[in-house]
Design a protein around this ligand. Structure first.
Ligand code: HEM
Length: 398
């Protein structure tokens, strides 16, 4: 089963930046320590070519000159890149449209969910993931799908998507669960293929993947692409919400800021999708470093977003910086170029709605034990408790 988060947001440790960076306890700290703020591209001690400069990151991800082999972390499966590209594009468009319809229709539910799941207090980041799961449940698995599929998706979230969830189970138990879960997903993919006799509106994201892929695509690959959606929707969105709440709660004295600024600043400081793997397509010079197709590139948006040449007070939480136009080239929370996130707009809308609902009319208090981020293929916030109480003080302040 995939792990919480990604090869930037979606993958399992077997296929993500794994192999891109050495297996150290905290690859984020390692990269941060290696970056000198001057050399934007360098060969790390482990041999990986790291990219921390905004221009170089955009050149690699944008891939205008065919600098790298075309691929995205989202569509990478155990069997290679899921394709063809036309199917990827169809899937992305159809998923976005489905999400948008769902969010429009279900927006009125959000205040009730916030009250039920987050007040008077909740333990994060799980609380954010579980709220998003509840809100998006019908897009993930339509209500009339077999109960077995509903139960499997719920278990995947609890055992693989939540931050640190994998550590709570032994390797043997994980292997067993993975086999069972994948077999349910494969069975459902086959069943839906049999049902699918012509074009029809997708009922959920599994319909999207089955309906928009090529007829001969391997059901195992379709199951993996579906898992990418599950990890993006519940994992990445939940973590981004967690970071926004964490930063607001740990900066009680910062000036009141619009929810959109808070979400943007949270995704700048802690980009959930923080590391992208790519392979050079030919021998070339990349930002002063010679690379060949044998190299692995690791584009680190965490470092791009804190690059001292582009950001003032790069390590500080300053949501009001978003009142002005941001330095565009240095902000890539949803990637860049042909594989830019298909769900970026719907994600931002949901996050802004939620931050608005959580903070409006409520005072937010966060307690935590000072631990750092939970670093995996995705960047999750540390465990913390957030108390939401009725606001009594001066208006306009959190
Ligand atoms: C905070 C939440 C999210 C973050 C941070 C995020 C981030 C990203 C990033 C960085 C990429 C580019 C990957 C690469 O270039 O290798 C990507 C791709 C993608 N994302 Fe998201 N994502 C999020 C939520 C979503 C959601 C909710 C959806 C569902 C509609 C979604 C669908 C996709 C798809 C389909 C792609 C592949 C695009 C392509 O290759 O054509 N994402 N995402």
């Amino acid at each position: 089963m995939k792990s919480s988060g990604t090869r930037q947001g979606y993958g399992d440790a077997a296929r993500t930046p794994r192999g891109v960076l050495p297996r150290v306890r905290d690859p984020l700290t390692l990269l941060g320590a290696e970056f000198d703020g001057v050399h934007d591209v360098w060969r790390s001690t482990a041999g990986t070519v790291c990219v921390a400069g905004p221009q170089a990151a955009r050149a690699v991800l944008g891939n205008r000159d065919g600098t790298v082999v075309d691929m995205s972390d989202f569509y990478r499966t155990r069997h290679g890149d899921f394709g063809p590209r036309a199917a990827q594009i169809r899937i992305g468009r159809s998923a976005r449209a489905l999400m948008r319809r769902h969010l429009d229709a279900r927006r009125p539910e959000l205040p009730g969910l916030v009250a039920e799941l987050l007040t008077p207090s909740a333990v994060w980041p799980d609380a954010g993931n579980l709220l998003v799961l509840r809100h998006l449940r019908d897009v993930l698995v339509h209500p009339d799908a077999p109960p077995r599929l509903h139960a499997t998706v719920e278990q995947i979230v609890r055992r693989s998507v939540l931050a640190g969830a994998r550590r709570r189970h032994s390797p043997a138990s994980r292997l067993l669960f993975r086999r069972r879960a994948l077999s349910v997903l494969h069975g459902e993919v086959r069943a839906r293929r049999r049902e699918l006799t012509g074009p029809r509106d997708p009922r959920d994201l599994l319909d999207v993947v089955v309906g928009e892929s090529e007829p001969g695509a391997d059901p195992k690959d379709l199951a993996e692409v579906y898992l990418s959606f599950l990890f993006a929707a519940v994992g990445s969105v939940g973590f981004a919400l967690g970071w926004s709440v964490y930063l607001l709660g740990t900066h009680p004295d910062s000036p009141a800021a619009k929810p959109s600024w808070v979400v943007r600043e949270a995704l700048r400081l802690w980009p959930v999708a923080w590391l992208f793997a790519r392979t050079p397509s030919r021998a070339q010079d990349l930002g002063g470093t010679a690379v060949t197709p044998r190299d692995r590139l690791a584009v680190c948006t965490y470092l791009v977003h804190r690059h001292p040449g582009y950001w003032e007070r790069p390590d500080e939480f300053v949501p009001e910086r978003w009142a002005q136009a941001p330095p565009d080239p240095a902000y890539l929370p949803f990637g860049h170029g042909p594989h830019t996130c298909a769900g970026a707009t719907v994600t931002m809308r949901l996050l802004e709605d939620l931050v608005e609902l959580i903070t409006r009319d409520r005072r937010l208090t966060v307690t935590h034990d000072g631990a750092g981020p939970q670093v995996g293929p995705a960047l999750a916030p540390p465990r913390f408790t957030a108390v939401l109480s009725a606001r009594t003080g001066c208006p306009g302040r959190r």
